[in-house]
Design a protein around this ligand. Structure first.
Ligand code: FPP
Length: 261
């Protein structure tokens, strides 16, 4: 039997990844994105289409987070960054913000075991202090407990804005210049790169956006310069393992030139 076809994954080595669920068409593991980023949109519309309150869309969205995270880890992706709460999401009604924070806290507690069992290293980016002590405490606990894990890095973008990240980086460098620790001429691309929230993170190879809108919505502006885009009409609560495989299969066909020939 072709081990590469086992569980729908074409393999480089001999051991098939233990991915859950029904068999899907084979994937080429040599052409996976090292870093996958996702704009998880369409929760509200999904709920509306099912005659449910918006919060039910977020609840089902949290199930997609679990399934997609587990699958990405099982496939061996290096990093998964999920846009879970933007700097602009504070404009939403208070009851929805309160629910999202509660859901996030519940996720951090309930999914801690899944994160640890899947050898995932958890981290977060954004202006995190604004999230409040309850969420921050759970986040720190998950981050600390998973610190030594060697598998996929799962990064939640929370109270995150791409422009805000660039402003924060610029201010850091400006302070260093003002304090005489850095020459103004050393404020270059590499310096800005190194002043981002997680300088060790490689730029995303693939950005998935669910919900059909064709925009970036202030996500990872600095990092998306040469990222491949994949937009689906499906709402995030309907984005599960088969939809993830579909995006990965499409990514495998892309010719990346990074401005060259
Ligand atoms: C966008 O859908 C989604 C959000 C603003 C929140 C994302 C949250 C989740 C996926 C669930 C919780 C996440 C974790 C990590 C536990 P929308 O509400 O803007 O949808 P709409 O465009 O249809 O209104």
């Amino acid at each position: 039997m072709d081990l590469g076809v086992l569980r729908g994954v074409r393999l480089m080595g001999s051991k098939p990844p233990e991915t859950k669920g029904a068999a899907l068409p084979p994937l080429d593991a040599t052409k996976f994105p090292g870093h996958l980023a996702v704009i998880m949109d369409g929760n509200g519309r999904w709920a509306q289409a099912h005659g449910l309150p918006r919060i039910k869309g977020h609840e089902e969205g949290a199930r997609s987070v679990r399934e997609v995270t587990e699958e990405c880890a099982a496939l061996g992706l290096g990093r998964l960054t999920l846009y879970a709460f933007s700097s602009e999401n504070w404009k939403r009604p208070k009851n929805e913000i309160d629910f999202l924070m509660k859901l996030l806290r519940r996720y951090l507690v309930n999914e801690r075991r899944t994160i640890l069992e899947n050898n995932i290293r958890f981290t977060a980016i954004g202006r995190l202090e604004a999230l409040g002590p309850a969420v921050l405490a759970e986040m720190e606990k998950t981050r600390e407990l998973s610190r030594r894990n060697t598998g996929m890095v799962m990064c939640l973008a929370l109270n995150y804005g791409g422009r805000q990240e660039i402003v924060d980086a610029a201010q850091r460098l400006a302070r260093e210049v003002a304090e005489g620790k850095r020459a103004w001429s050393a404020v270059d691309e590499a310096a800005l790169d190194g002043a981002m929230y997680d300088p060790a993170a490689p730029p995303p190879d693939l950005l998935i956006r669910t919900g059909g809108d064709q925009r970036i919505s202030n996500f990872l502006l600095w990092h998306l310069a040469y990222t491949e885009l994949w937009i689906t009409q499906k709402a995030w609560p309907d984005f599960k393992r088969p939809e993830l495989h579909e995006a990965l299969r499409d990514y495998a066909t892309r010719a990346r030139r990074f401005g060259g020939l």
